[in-house]
Write a protein that binds this ligand. Structure first.
Ligand code: 13P
Ligand code: SF4
Length: 312
């Protein structure tokens, strides 16, 4: 393992490469990355790097977003099969029909979408900036929001907006069990419940803090509580535990499993071996159709610009 890490470091220097990782990847991937973050921070970081090669340890849409932001760089992913059930729940042709059937609506899409969906979107959001970006539009703005119905419902509920929602969801976040969280709360009455807005409203109703992975991490660091029940992909516990070694983080369990935590099988496709191979062979490489990229960059750039104005 140490040899592999040394070899990855050597390749990185030779190729002027950087490794970006999402909080849901395995701890050993997060530990070797140059930067670990949530979807917004990864996009912001990609926009600023002067590396020639970017390895995105996350899922496919994150690689695509990186390539669209950095068209002149080589963007690699350790495993091309690392998809996303939420992005898959929104086929571009069907979403384009949905958009066309609401001609007077502004189209806001979650970053967990394909480049082709972003190409028919006015502004992209992540779970860090969704509320603020929605609220940056006038209160009577007609809005379509896709693809995550849970995040969309949550934003509607906290802003009083009536956005029309695409009916998509993430299979990981849909799986959390209300009963098991209630049991955990009984066993740990002082624990704070942290939940990602991709969870169903019944889970969010149990949460003390709702936010993106970065927001949940920040809440855990700031809080005086010693115990936390975490309802999002369990990879985030790695950084939480690293930042707060004296605190206890309990992963919220899924409904239909004997397993105590909920993992995204796509994120877990990123391994050190595959990371080494992709840097060495410079494949698999993410490529995005130029016409699609040219349209998608507008909705991504709009998100980055608004986030910068808002200091996010
Ligand atoms: P954030 O890290 O932006 O909260 O997104 C979570 C996610 O679902 C990534 O797939
Ligand atoms: Fe997609 Fe869900 Fe995995 Fe995030 S956790 S990458 S939304 S499938």
């Amino acid at each position: 393992m140490n040899e592999l890490i040394t070899a990855i470091d050597k390749l990185k220097k030779e190729k002027n490469a950087v490794i970006l990782a999402h909080y849901y990847t395995e701890g050993e991937i997060q530990d070797i990355a140059d930067f670990v973050g949530d979807s917004l921070a990864l996009a912001q970081w990609a926009a600023k790097t002067d590396a020639d090669v970017i390895v995105m340890c996350g899922v496919h849409f994150m690689g695509e977003t990186t390539k669209i932001i950095c068209p002149d760089k080589k963007v690699l992913v350790p495993d091309m099969n690392a998809g996303c059930s939420l992005a898959d729940s929104c086929p571009a042709d069907k979403f384009a029909e949905f958009v066309a059937s609401h001609p007077d609506h502004t189209v806001i899409s979650y970053v967990n979408t394909t480049a082709a969906v972003k190409a028919v979107t006015d502004v992209v959001v992540t779970s860090t900036n969704a509320r603020q970006i929605v609220e940056s539009f006038p209160a009577d703005e007609k809005i379509i929001f896709g693809p995550d119905r849970n995040l969309g419902n949550y934003i509607n509920s906290i802003t009083g907006r009536k956005m029309i929602l695409w009916d998509g969801a993430c299979h990981v976040h849909e799986q959390f069990s209300v009963e098991k969280i209630v049991e955990l709360k009984k066993a740990h009455p002082d624990a704070l419940v942290l939940a990602h807005p991709e969870c169903k409203s019944t889970i969010l109703a149990l949460a003390d803090v709702v936010g993106s992975t970065a927001a949940l991490l920040k809440a855990a660091i700031k809080s005086d509580n010693k115990e936390f029940i975490v309802a999002t992909e369990s990879g985030i516990l790695h950084e939480m535990q690293k930042q707060c070694p004296e605190k206890t983080f309990i992963p919220a369990p899924p409904n239909d499993s004997t397993c105590a935590c909920n993992e995204c099988s796509f994120m877990r496709l990123n391994t050190l071996e595959k990371l080494y191979n992709c840097l060495n062979d410079e494949t698999p490489e993410i490529l995005v159709d130029e016409e699609v990229s040219g349209k998608a960059i507008k909705s991504i750039k709009r998100m980055l610009d608004i986030s910068e104005q808002l200091g996010l």
